[in-house]
Design a protein around this ligand. Sequence first.
Ligand code: ADE
Length: 224
Amino acid sequence: MRIDVFTLFPEWFAWVREQRHVRNAEELGHELRAVDLRATTPLPAGKVDDTPYGGGAGMVIRVDVVEAALRARYGTDPVELPAERRVIALSAAGRRFDDALAAELAGEAELTLLCGRYEGFDERVHEHLASDVVSIGPYVLSGGELAAMVVCDAVLRKLPGALGHAESALEESFSPALEGGPEYPHFTRPARWRGHEVPEVLVSGDHARIRGWRRERSRERRAD
Ligand code: ADE
């Protein structure tokens, strides 16, 4: 998989690329690239934004700036791109990101993430240059970068081999193995801490009972 993140802060993604599972994914041939939106702006002095029509606070990232960045990267007319690949604009007003969408995106060969700043993108970016508008939650961030990092993290860890233990991605919260429910609780040593004991079943060595107990706890958490 190749993920391109278009951002005004490409250097922020150096930290993401240092993380173990991202390095593992890159060693397996996957790529995460941060593309500087300012580097290809057609406007003078690196300008990328403008005041909103109709008035109001803040600045809006211009559609022609995003168009130029996409054209420089992919060499095609950017309005054709959403039909060919997932181009995801991050916005608080988008479709809510969840584990099912992460799994869907992990099946793509290429992903493009567009990070807005200030008041976000000109709406024509969402309408004509993006295939999806995605929000990571019902709150407003200062920009799409942290949201893009969340999407990259959740998607990359689903790629086979990106996690040290393949099973840990299979039976984790919201996975089909847990019927889409939250994960069961985990315990490790010490078995007794300040009078609190680890559930007896987990030290019983009875794997069928342990599986049943874990499924039950996951179902209970979903009911909460
Ligand atoms: N940009 C600003 N807030 C956001 C959010 N909650 N999700 C995605 N992108 C955003």
